[in-house]
Design a protein around this ligand. Sequence first.
Ligand code: N01
Length: 533
Amino acid sequence: MSGTERDAVVVGAGFGGLYMLHRLRSAGFSTIAFEAGGDVGGTWYWNRYPGARCDVESLEYSYSFSPELEQEWEWTERYPAQPEILRYAEHVADRFELRHDIRFDTRVVAATFDERASRWLVRTEPDGETSARFLVMATGCLSSANLPRIDGMDSFAGRIAHTGRWPHEGIDLRAKRVAVVGTGSSGVQAIPVIAEEAAELFVFQRTPNYSIPARNGPLDPDLQREIKAHYREFRAANRLRPAGLGARWPIGDQSALEVPDEDVKRDLEERWRIGGFAFLSGFTDFLKNREANAKAAEFVKRRIREIVRDPTVAERLSPKQVIGCKRLCLDTRYFETFNRPNVHLVDVSEHPIERLTPRGLVAGGREYEVDVIVFATGYDAMTGSLTRIDVRGRNGVALRDAWSAGPRTYLGLGVAGFPNLFTMTGPGSPSVLANVIVAIEQHVEWIADCLAYLRSRGYATIEATVEAQDAWVDHVNAVADATLYPTCNSWYLGANVPGKPRVFMPLIGFPPYVEKCNEVAAKDYEGFVLARA
Ligand code: N01
């Protein structure tokens, strides 16, 4: 093959791209990965904001495909901090000699399917073109930063930073007046850390969020040893859980409406003490029934009132939506931070930020003078990093046009009209509603097996049928509609990006999804058309 021809192009060298590259290369496919960043790590390369940390536990937020890697890597905390995750990604790249086939500082800007040759022509910047039979988009679900358009953005004389694009050299916040806009997972993590450094911190909150204590701390060496001794069983148990994680904590099998309130409260208390995502796993219907949900929601609101000394501030910090429809946050002393004299909560739910001025932000008719504005305003999630690339399938149709009314995929892996294109952890798959590394491994292995199958039978293309895709999209919606997830304005629905179609993008439920993918493969890729050149 010439220098610009490959069997496969992988877009992105985060956790998805790294393993995809490794797996395809090991199976004998010539593969190249393009990465816009200067090194591996994906979201963990960019998210260097103060307090950045994963909220899935270290022993679970890691690859399972290599028992040697699993055994040799030592995690230091219950939840890994961004620098540690990045070191892990770098270690993986070195251990499996992946860098050789990754082009860094290279952004994929366009990809066009050549129907005559049944190949993708991938255009990169700085200028380059690569032709490949297969194109795998390992572009990440939360990598396309959402910076709100606010009047006067350019006029601000101080510093502006988005949490997902934090400068590598850091920002010295000592003795500075800082504004943080946004109170999702990023804001909730950054605010307590910034509050300790800054002279004054103004938190601009549009929607209060539920947050559960993470209870982070040094990882117990005995626990690490114990899990490593039974890692296969531990991984297998996690894969059977609804979100592919949390096998250390019990899941309840009763409705919260079937048991006395005291029992529900006791269970929530225990889970609040343990910390982490297990909080909502005690009963089956917290995310299905409003009455059940209210029990968990009220529990958290009571805690907020206990922690936050000023009752007005506590009330403003108390969410109105059901718990869990927006992604639950995990924190370290988030609500406590609002007791600090240097921290001020600015409620912008009714009066949005009007404009930026050279000195700061104007909201509710008042100007807040600051030196630094931190936008913790999230992402154009799940589709943003795909539609920003000019991907064109059959008849020159652009993916962004095919998805103008919302993303449509089959299994979150294939798109009708776009042969040989794979969307890793794409819309229509559990992706962000699962431990994403578990979701990534399942997709990588399914895609690699699929390519091997096509090669062994002499097929040149695989493409989802419109019928299979339509039925799948209906299924994803039906599953979501049976829950409380679609009841509030979350990024799962694209509601955080003005003008984005309101469609519930991820599929709820990891284990049944895996079964379906396996079944499709076992039935010779049912729902896909396979064709020879
Ligand atoms: O982004 P978000 P994030 N004016 O979209 C507000 C993962 N993650 O970066 O809710 C004022 O959740 C917006 O308000 P509203 C995780 O999956 C994981 O925090 O739209 N406010 C919201 O409060 C997470 O869910 C980890 O009304 C504005 C906030 O900005 C996902 O990434 C850590 C605004 C955005 O919250 C995204 O989290 C970090 C405006 N114009 C992230 N525009 C861990 O593993 C937006 N907002 C721990």
